[in-house]
Write a protein of this length. Structure first.
Length: 300
């Protein structure tokens, strides 16, 4: 492998991802582990990182640029939030000391919003990637996931944003509620998904009732697990879209994230007549981290 010039890191609550970046900016190698922020004490962050990236290190200090929950209050070191409106690509990282001299760590701060109260860590780096690739973009970036973000971008700034716990609700309901008996298996009924999206977009106040109907339909009418899973996903994403309607209605929309989840959000929005540009999360994250590296290394 070519010599690593610097290392990009996205450190989430449940997963740690890293990329070895060459002198030309290309990805030389990638690695991931389950050493997310949620399972580590402060003293365990550096050893967890070194276990993952040790093969890429030389004798001298290699820059490591990290975004995500590594900068949270419970992370390696707290990187204070920057308040909106702000330019995500202009963030100045924290540079905490490390015990291992082979690395020089830079942690990017998150972004906060005072009213309605909201915070993000990691998504601001993906937003910086969108702006870096298209400085003229004026619209909304949707980043679906455990906590879905709707981010309004204008004049290279994050103007406002809202977070929905859609992914976490799906996990809780499908694994720890009575619905776990109805949604097992890998099959997914897209027609059931489409119908459910329309239901909660039209009548979001009925969500709690509609959710229990999933169970009852299986008991009384033999609804398949695939249809139940499609309905559960559609009801929750429909409720997410109903709440975020001021963000996506009449706007340019980009969606970034895991391909399967991005496809569901794009499908739900297309039903509403919104055509979306879709991106994968790794591309956006690396674009933002490359921008941060360029700013760190640019001549004064």
């Amino acid at each position: 492998m070519k010599k690593t010039n610097w290392i990009a890191v996205d450190w989430g609550t449940s997963q740690l991802r890293a990329w070895a970046i060459g002198l030309d900016g290309a990805v030389l190698d990638r690695a991931a582990s389950a050493d997310g922020m949620g399972g580590l004490t402060q003293a365990e962050f550096e050893p967890a990182l070194l276990r993952l990236i040790a093969p890429w290190l030389g004798d001298g200090p290699t820059p490591v640029i990290a975004c995500g929950m590594v900068g949270a209050k419970q992370g390696w070191v707290e990187a204070p939030y920057r308040a909106v409106p702000c330019q995500p690509g202009a963030a100045v990282p924290m540079t905490p000391p490390t015990q291992d001299r082979r690395i020089k760590l830079h942690i990017l701060p998150g972004v906060s919003q005072d009213s309605p109260a909201d915070v993000m860590r990691g998504e601001e780096t993906q937003t910086a990637g969108v702006i870096h690739e298209n400085a003229a973009f004026d619209g909304v970036l949707c980043l679906p996931g455990t906590h879905t973000k709707w981010i309004h971008i204008s004049a290279k700034e994050i103007v406002s944003f809202r977070t929905a716990m859609t992914g976490e609700l799906f996990a809780l309901l499908s694994q720890h509620s009575v619905l776990r008996h109805s949604v097992g298996g890998d099959d997914f009924d897209r027609d059931a998904f489409d119908t459910a999206v329309g239901e909660t977009l039209s009548r979001p106040e009925r969500l709690a009732q509609s959710l229990f109907t999933i169970r009852a339909e299986g008991l009384l009418h033999g609804q398949s697990n695939a249809a139940a899973k499609g309905r559960l996903s559609g009801l929750l994403i429909g409720a997410d879209l109903a709440a975020a309607k001021p963000y996506w209605l009449g706007q340019q929309v980009q969606i970034g994230g895991a391909p399967a989840l991005v496809a569901l959000y794009a499908r739900a929005l297309e039903i509403q007549g919104v055509q979306c540009l879709t991106r994968d999360s790794e591309t956006l994250t690396l674009a933002g981290l490359r921008l941060a590296h360029a700013k760190l290394t640019e001549a004064p």
